[in-house]
Design a protein around this ligand. Structure first.
Ligand SMILES: Cc1ncc(COP(=O)(O)O)c(C=O)c1O
Length: 340
């Protein structure tokens, strides 16, 4: 009953096997490995973006911070949702990488940015005088931090006005796969076709040991990204071991299978909690995170039995995150305990 984080899940056998295969003989370092050639080609195919520039880093914070630094200069502002990971949970890394650029928070229900709130801020801040932060970037998160999902139309409703105001756009896709399988859209529809310029394509939360891809749909400034990655110490020498993980992730659509499993577990958990007397789901469960309230006695029983989760996430109730390896038995046992 481990629902504290999808980061706590182990690595699927397919990924370990790919690492073992990669561990054979020499490979050129620093991203020049032949496995990366395959990963680059496959991601371009998956995203229907033959010209995209594709890079790997080992953390989501690096992916987000490097991406935002590409879009937001030291005098700039990047708009994010109030609950965005870049705003709340990255220890100012995005601001450090933007070297003076700042995050400006935009409201919106259920973790999704409200287009009217963004329009209002753009109207007030664009054009900016020399005295103000220059609006430069929009960053969205899909799956959102509250477990909801943006559809391609909802993304486009935000990127459209942002781009019209001259902003570059980024998507934090730490849980991109979980969002994608919910919408049924294609990867291209969820990103560049909806106006996204740069994607942090998550792997770690969905089963990898530690790999995220950064995809620049416009490769014009690819060299700049490479320099930024190296300068920030995020260019791995034994890069083949990152490539191998991503190769396994994409092979046979493992990434989609893992995300479907995690989402299905969250759906069962959410539906079960909603049926418990005193149970209430706080935000629609659209991916692999459940925010819910249930009676204190249920918390006591579940935690005494060893269930791991964040029981009182401020006003949001409990936060429960499912993973690719969450079993029906885990969910059933937890529901039984909180029901009493
Ligand atoms: C939405 C989102 N983005 C980015 C990250 C950052 O990932 P990392 O911890 O690998 O830096 C996380 C991790 O919790 C996340 O939830």
């Amino acid at each position: 009953m481990y629902f504290a984080s999808d980061n706590a899940s182990p690595v699927p056998a397919e990924v370990l096997e790919a690492l073992a295969r990669a561990n054979d003989g020499p490979q050129m370092p620093y991203g020049h490995d032949t496995i990366m050639d395959g990963v680059r080609a496959r991601l371009r195919e998956v995203f229907e973006a033959p010209g995209a520039a594709v890079y790997l880093v080992a953390t989501g914070t690096a992916a987000n911070s490097l991406s935002l630094a590409m879009l937001c200069p030291p005098w700039g502002a990047a708009f994010c949702h109030t609950t965005a990971h870049v705003q709340v949970d990255e220890c100012n890394a995005p601001e450090a990488f933007m070297n003076g650029g700042k995050l400006l928070q935009v409201q919106g229900a259920d973790g999704r940015m409200d287009p009217a709130a963004l329009a209002d801020m753009l109207q007030r801040l664009v054009p900016a005088s020399v005295h103000n932060a220059q609006p430069s970037a929009l960053t969205l998160t899909n799956t959102t931090e509250l477990g909801t999902v943006y559809t391609p139309d909802q993304i486009a409703a935000l990127t459209g006005p942002a781009k019209a105001a001259g902003l570059g756009t980024h998507l934090d896709g730490a849980r991109f796969a979980n969002a994608l399988v919910t919408t049924g859209a294609t990867p291209a529809e969820m990103t560049w076709k909806a106006g996204i310029d740069i994607l942090s394509f998550g792997g770690t939360k969905n089963g990898l040991m530690g790999v995220e891809a950064v995809i620049l749909f416009d490769p014009a400034r690819a060299k700049e990204f490479e320099l930024r990655r190296k300068r920030s110490a995020h260019l791995f020498s034994k890069h083949r071991y990152l490539s191998a993980q991503m190769e396994a992730y994409l092979e046979g659509d493992l990434w989609l299978r893992l995300a479907r499993q995690a989402n299905a577990a969250a759906a069962r958990l959410s539906a079960g909690i909603a049926q418990i007397p005193g149970g209430r789901v706080m935000h629609p469960t659209e991916a692999n995170m459940v925010f819910a309230e249930f009676p204190e006695a249920g918390h006591t029983r579940a935690r005494a039995a060893g269930a791991a989760y964040y029981p009182h996430e401020t006003a949001l109730g409990a936060r429960l995150v499912t993973s690719w390896n969450t079993t029906d038995a885990d969910v059933n046992r937890f529901l039984g305990l909180i029901h009493g």
